[in-house]
Design a protein around this ligand. Structure first.
Ligand SMILES: Nc1ncnc2c1ncn2[C@@H]1O[C@H](COP(=O)(O)OP(=O)(O)OP(=O)(O)O)[C@@H](O)[C@H]1O
Ligand SMILES: [Mg+2]
Length: 242
């Protein structure tokens, strides 16, 4: 479980353009569930995702990961329970890499290198054996039916193929938590439904999934366990749960 306690993120603190993007947020995100963060543009969804995903630190408040099985937890014998906000940078990086897989709105794939190289990239810092990594990368491409594109440059791919490359890249380090920011923003409705089908499969295989979206195909989906509504940096509602 991920638990946030009174998390605040203020940008440009103390300056005239000071802005609080996430304002006193306390929520629990259940493991093995699909949680959707919904809210208008500027409500703080991306900021909240980057706080949870250890990409930025909160200005105040605390974030806990409980019972998350990761390489980091095994190394540190912490039984998978830690307060990430107080960890030094290098631990934060390691947790980010071993626990989270990210799918960005613009996919953030790197042009000029191949599809396979793109999806292997997040695994390079782990120093893993190249042959094993290559095999896992090809396995993911096969799973998402884009194996023939392994040597292709990403700029040759269609929107739906790019989306699947982005998903494969997010899964390369076998994360327990998948975070996606507006993943259907550049997809037509057929591809958006296809994306949700993949999300459903990943969920049934034991991933915890967190998606920020203002697309009804995502937040009205029957596979969404919880929909958290944000406005002006605050949580204004929570629906769908039993
Ligand atoms: N690095 C930053 N410096 C200053 N302000 C920021 C920064 N990052 C985000 N903000 C501001 O915080 C607010 C929330 O931004 P955020 O990107 O989290 O919203 P969002 O809900 O994801 O919006 P969208 O639906 O448009 O993606 C916005 O007003 C934004 O301008
Ligand atoms: Mg956003």
């Amino acid at each position: 479980m991920i638990r946030l306690a009174n998390v605040v993120k203020t940008f440009n603190s103390g300056k005239p353009n000071q802005f609080t993007a996430v304002d006193d947020v306390s929520i629990e995100i259940r493991p093995l569930n699909l949680t959707v963060l919904k809210g208008p543009s500027g409500s703080g969804k991306t900021t909240l995702l980057s706080l949870i995903g250890c990409m930025v630190r909160p200005s105040s408040g605390r974030i806990f990961l409980h019972g998350i099985e990761t390489r980091f937890a095994r190394h540190n014998e912490s039984a998978g329970s830690f307060e990430i906000t107080s960890l030094p940078e290098r631990f934060l990086n390691e947790i980010r890499r071993s626990t989270f897989g990210f799918i960005f709105q613009q996919f953030n794939l790197i042009k000029g290198i191949s599809v396979l190289e793109n999806i292997m990239l997040p695994a390079y810092p782990t120093g893993e054996n190249h042959t094993a990594l290559h095999q896992r990368g090809m396995g993911l491409l096969e799973r998402f039916d884009i194996k023939r594109h392994a040597p292709s440059k990403v700029e040759w791919l269609s929107g739906g193929e790019l989306q699947r490359v982005a998903i494969a890249r997010a899964l390369i380090n076998n994360p327990s938590i998948l975070v996606a920011d507006e993943p259907t923003a550049h997809l037509d409705s057929r591809l958006s439904h296809e994306f949700m089908k993949i999300v459903s499969e990943l969920k049934s295989k034991g991933k915890t999934i967190l998606i920020a979206s203002h697309d009804p195909i995502v937040y009205d989906s029957e596979i969404a366990d919880t929909v958290v509504e944000m406005r002006d940096g605050r949580i204004t509602g929570r629906g769908h749960e039993e």
